[in-house]
Design a protein around this ligand. Structure first.
Ligand code: NAP
Length: 248
């Protein structure tokens, strides 16, 4: 059956594959025929993701991508890729008066420096095939809206989108595409770890015209579009997923 979104024959690296959005992206991509290389720090959770993938040539690499040597170790073990999804990241609320240099570093190292340095190494070691697609899991925060106590996170994600557009321009002649998916709140464990009361959550939910948060699968489907040949002419752009949040 004709399916322009099929990923058969594609080999895709997924960071942050040990949980949440990254795990779901890995699972959904495997269902469409891709071979997946998972990475994250927690080996048992990577094994759990691996066990949920549809058959294929999958593997995992344990690494902390805030450490540059670990990035190099990952890249050295990779075959030529046709796709890469940068999903590893942290969320968290930090009021401006509580910001410290250590907190800035914590957010920037994983949300911004890691995807930039991993992209650099993939290019330097020629691990991205012609016609490959790189997808950053960015955010609506910082790009389409800001909210109280979310400045550090917003700074990293708007920076990531600026990097994505720059890379798209720089690598267009090699036909390597760079795009991002920018979700508002998605129901994952990371979200449930943010300390907000039920009352605050309900007030937040009420702002969404479609009265619910997104699902990890919905992020995966947008990512699949960007990884597939269906998006061959799409580069340097963001896909906003927000249940209508930023319409008003
Ligand atoms: N959930 C949301 O509402 C939402 C909304 C918009 C955007 N996003 C973005 O979506 C992405 C995934 O979020 P999520 O909700 O799926 O969070 P999550 O479940 O906490 O997943 C985060 C992933 O990042 C990995 N990670 C964190 N630090 C790492 C490090 N130093 N080295 C390697 N891997 C590391 C974690 O793996 P290990 O612990 O195994 O290292 C984990 O697999 C993030 O970039 C986030 O900003 C999330």
């Amino acid at each position: 059956m004709h399916n322009p979104f099929a990923l058969i024959g594609k080999t895709i690296l997924v960071t942050g594959a040990s949980s949440g959005i990254g795990r779901t992206i890995a699972i959904e991509c495997s269902k469409l025929g891709a071979d997946i290389i998972l990475t994250g720090r927690n080996e048992s959770r990577l094994q759990e993701t691996l066990s949920q993938l549809k058959e294929g040539q999958h593997k995992y690499i344990v690494a902390d991508i805030t450490i540059e040597e670990d990035i190099i170790t990952i890249v050295e073990q990779l075959p030529t890729l046709t796709g890469c999804v940068h999903s590893a990241g942290i969320l968290g609320l930090v009021p401006i008066q509580a910001i410290t240099k250590a907190k800035i570093n914590e957010f920037e190292q994983i949300n911004l420096h890691a995807p930039i340095l991993l992209t650099k190494q993939l290019l330097k070691r020629k691990k991205l095939a012609k016609n490959s697609s790189v997808v950053f899991i960015s955010s609506a925060a910082g790009v389409y809206r800001v909210s109280t106590a979310n400045a550090l996170y917003a700074v990293t994600k708007s920076g990531l989108d600026a990097f994505m557009r720059s890379a798209a321009l720089e690598l267009a002649s090699k036909n390597i595409r760079f795009n991002s998916v920018n979700p508002a709140m998605i129901e994952t464990e990371a979200l449930s770890n943010i300390p907000i009361s039920e009352e605050q959550k309900n007030a937040n939910l009420a702002q969404y015209p479609i009265k619910r948060y997104g699902k990890p699968e919905e992020v995966a489907y947008a990512t699949i579009y960007l990884l597939s040949d269906a998006s061959a002419w799409t580069t340097g752009t963001e896909i906003k997923l927000d249940g209508g949040l930023t319409l008003s």
